[in-house]
Design a protein around this ligand. Sequence first.
Ligand code: RB5
Length: 158
Amino acid sequence: MTVVALGADHAGFALKEVLKGWLIAQGYDVVDLGTQSTESVDYPDYAVAAGSTVTAGKADRAVLVCGTGIGMAMAANKVPGARAAACSDAYTARMSREHNDANILALGARITGRDTAIEILETWLVAEFAGGRHARRVDKIVELDRSRDQESPDAQTR
Ligand code: RB5
């Protein structure tokens, strides 16, 4: 069973609720990290929570929703091991899995309608990483996290 973490800010709250209902109806386990209303909040808080949930192995994937998907993806990608893709069409969503092994999908509730968002999400969830030459490239992204960790002053005192 795939566990999907969900996160949204106020702009993404309504779409997050729609996607949550769809995921549960499809049989996915959902971890809802909030927000739970349209009261204004800061998207990085939810992006980092979702990224950490995935990289800690508490969820297989995460879906983030803000106004455009851009801020969520930017913030989530600061979590080592997170590969977040902001997608507004199904082709990009499929490529983000097949070529980039994206483990986080970011959607924009102000630019993507509900039906399209579900189509993007379904495509993204079923698409598999193609491996091969793409694995070599994704490995280089993973290595960026490792080298940054080794460069940090904290790493020398651990
Ligand atoms: C909130 O107004 C908006 O900035 C946020 O939802 C998101 O679109 C940021 O990238």
